[in-house]
Design a protein. Structure first.
Length: 199
């Protein structure tokens, strides 16, 4: 799976000049985590060639590949349903195997790419390798992310932080851009996308 964000996008959100390998490593980890938390959506577009058996109605169910974006090549004339779930061929081909090359999957939206960069930067700040790279006193956002503070008492200098276990139960991370994206992309907290299985 391709990373949702680049090393440069992560690097622009942190101080210092971390090596590109470290930036790409946290970008990949953030992508993997967001892919799971989004209900395994947005795995990127891929091209595959596979054979399918045609049913008696001339339909080919594409359930394992949804959403199919377009059919690039086929050994018979074929059309694709608007939702990308079913390919249709002539009824006379019932029972035969049709080989198709097609593009499937979805790229993450802009909010998903921003969320991945924000989460990767947040993960990088917690990495000891990053702490060694940043000289001097860390910036306030590197020590105390505002997204985790739930209340501040000014006179007594008391901070209250969000409970990370409670955030995890709510399918949240405490990182603003990430939580907004997850609320929009996966409001019910599903871990897998639903599939319709025909009898």
């Amino acid at each position: 799976m391709t990373s949702w964000c680049s090393a440069d996008e992560v690097g622009s959100r942190v101080r210092g000049n971390p090596p590109a390998e470290l930036l790409q490593e946290v970008a990949d980890r953030a992508t993997s985590l967001l892919y799971t938390l989004s209900g395994r959506r947005y795995r990127g577009r891929q091209v595959v060639t596979a054979g399918f058996q045609v049913d008696v109605r001339g339909y080919i169910k594409m359930n394992d590949w949804v959403p199919v974006q377009n059919i690039i090549e086929s050994d018979v004339p074929v059309s694709l349903s608007p939702g990308g779930t079913t390919a249709m061929v002539a009824r006379g081909l019932a029972g035969t195997i049709v080989v198709m090359t097609f593009e499937f999957g979805e790229d993450p939206p802009a909010s998903g790419r921003d969320a991945a960069a924000a989460l990767a930067a947040h993960m990088l700040r917690a990495d000891p390798r990053y702490a060694e790279l940043v000289e001097g006193t860390p910036a306030q956002e590197d020590v105390l992310p505002a997204s985790h503070i739930t209340s501040i008492t000014r006179q007594g200098v008391a901070y209250s932080f969000a409970d990370r276990a409670a955030l995890a139960r709510e399918n949240q991370t405490g990182v603003y851009e990430v939580d907004l994206f997850l609320r929009a992309a996966n409001p019910t907290g599903m871990r897998h996308q639903p599939k319709v299985v025909a009898p």
